[in-house]
Write a protein that binds this ligand. Structure first.
Ligand code: G3I
Length: 475
């Protein structure tokens, strides 16, 4: 892929306004009981007939990117609402858009996308906080420690606004060169530790959101750039620098195509202890076999949590002339759409542990001491992360408070009358109203002693009542 052009400075008007959402409701219930061993192959229900339904069967998401102008495009909104459960703002949460002048934050455009997405049952990936492109104009007159501080201030300001609201943040975007070294940029000139500083600031600003490094041309395991990013993630994990995920943009256009070792790349990153996601997928002429292959690779890697396409219809694409997306200009799904849908639904045949091992294993497999769960080891803690007229978004933290590892978990919770689940992520639900159960997804069932994970959901119906009778069981 060619280098992403630096974009002319955006002018953003308006002042910050409050996001939907209110006080957090917290309920903690501890329970113990034995349940049957969970099997990922045992997925509920018939095949999904939409991208999101098919992805949700294995606890994954299917996302798209949109600009604010698409909020006036009913054709786009109809497909977005029907097919997708994750949204990324194309430009509206980037540094130039959110902090046009120092300390003057502007969230109107990002919030407009956020509010529409959440009100339609979606979660959001934040994109992006620190990047060599689309920087605030005032960064160009800064260098050294002053620029470093401006970056930290930016992270703090933007993340404070979206605190507790987003599923992921692309904290740093595209910081590597094709030869595997760091890309030359004004941020790199502030010192090699600028990426680490950005992630540490991000964790402190919002401990609830998953922090990602995002880049393109890191899909081929043998590329120098892939190895450069991999070595950085490995270094971060070994030193305790906070990082939760790697986004592989997956732009198979402009000469690059699906590499045969893509799954190896995904599983190698995942083996470092991070989630992986395909964050900006598009493919020249929407090759069905390439879309099938990239989707299959993700489904084969338990920690591949979801796929996002960079737009919905070809007319939404930054490379529209290549017709790279799943829907044509008349909103019709292409052959690639069916290929992706089928691959998502086929995830039910994927069993953790059967994926291709990394070609360069770098850490020993986690030890698996005998499992002797104690009563009460599994706990479930609920909070409402946002609410609006007619719905709310909830998050359940599942913790292993015992001294033995758990190999899976199931949470039971009771929704109030009139409430029903719209979608669930990082877990697989049975039932949508009344008492429902949510069990672990393929990638977050194993919890070491003291470890925790979380799943989330959007529910429609009355927004004021938190679910009751929450309990957690583990095999
Ligand atoms: O909004 C102005 C408009 O007022 C003006 O008339 C027009 C004239 O060119 O420009 C418009 O701004 C454009 C903006 O997109 C909104 O459409 C910019 O020129 C254009 O450079 C900008 O491109 C964006 C690009 O990032 C900039 O780096 C693309 O929309 C966006 O899709 C793209 O996204 C990136 C990801 O962030 C990172 N990975 C690669 C991906 C594709 O390049």
């Amino acid at each position: 892929m060619n280098e992403v052009p630096v974009h002319p400075r955006r002018r953003t008007r308006g002042t910050a306004r409050l996001l939907a959402g209110g006080a957090l409701a917290v309920v903690t219930v501890v329970a113990s009981a034995a349940v049957a061993t969970l099997a990922h192959a045992d997925l509920p229900g018939p095949p999904g007939t939409t991208l999101k339904a098919a992805a949700e069967r294995s606890g994954r998401y299917f996302g798209a990117a949109m600009g604010r102008d698409r909020l006036n495009d009913q054709g786009f909104l109809t497909i977005a609402n029907r097919e997708f459960d994750m949204m990324t703002a194309v430009n509206e949460m980037k540094p130039d858009a959110t902090e046009p002048s120092r300390g003057q934050f502007s969230f109107a455009a990002g919030d407009a996308i956020y509010n529409w997405a959440v009100q339609h049952g979606m979660r959001l990936r934040g994109h992006t906080l620190a990047w060599h492109a689309q920087q605030p104009r005032f960064w160009s007159s800064l260098s050294g420690s002053a620029l470093r501080q401006a970056m930290i201030d930016h992270i703090n300001g933007v993340m404070a606004h979206y605190k507790g609201k987003l599923a992921y943040w692309d904290v740093v975007n595209e910081a590597f060169a094709e030869n595997g070294s760091r890309r030359n940029s004004n941020l790199q000139a502030t010192g090699n530790d600028w990426i680490e500083a950005a992630f540490r600031a991000a964790r402190a600003a919002d401990p609830s959101v998953k922090l990602c490094y995002n880049d393109y041309n890191i899909e081929n395991w043998t590329y120098a750039k892939t190895q450069g990013v991999y070595n950085m993630i490995r270094d971060f994990k070994s030193r305790g620098v906070p990082i939760d995920c790697v986004g592989l943009q997956t732009h198979f256009t402009g000469g690059s195509s699906l590499p045969g070792n893509f799954q190896t790349t995904l599983s190698s990153f995942a083996a470092l202890g991070v989630d992986v996601a395909l964050t900006e997928a598009d493919v020249t002429n929407a090759s069905a076999s390439q879309y099938q292959g990239l989707t299959q690779a993700c489904m084969n890697v338990p920690r591949c949590v979801g796929i996002t396409t960079w737009g919905i219809r070809d007319s939404d694409s930054w490379r529209g002339s290549e017709n790279p997306l799943l829907f044509d200009r008349n909103s019709n799904p292409k052959a690639a759409y069916s290929a992706v849908l089928n691959a998502l639904n086929a995830a039910s045949t994927t069993v953790p542990g059967t994926t291709t091992p990394p070609s360069t294993p770098t850490s020993p497999p986690p030890s698996t001491p005998p499992v002797t769960p104690q009563p009460g080891a599994c706990t479930a803690t609920y909070r409402t992360t946002s609410s609006w007229d007619g719905g709310f978004q909830g998050e359940v933290t599942v913790a292993n408070n015992g001294s033995a590892p758990l190999s899976g978990w199931t949470v039971s919770l009771t929704l109030a009358g009139g409430q029903s689940l719209v979608n669930v992520w990082n877990g697989v639900n049975t039932g949508t109203s009344g008492t429902v159960t949510v069990r672990n997804a393929a990638y977050n069932g194993a919890l070491g002693a003291g470890a925790s994970t979380s799943f989330g959901f959007v529910a429609g119906g009355s927004s004021g009542t938190a679910p009751g009778s929450i309990s957690c069981t583990s095999p």
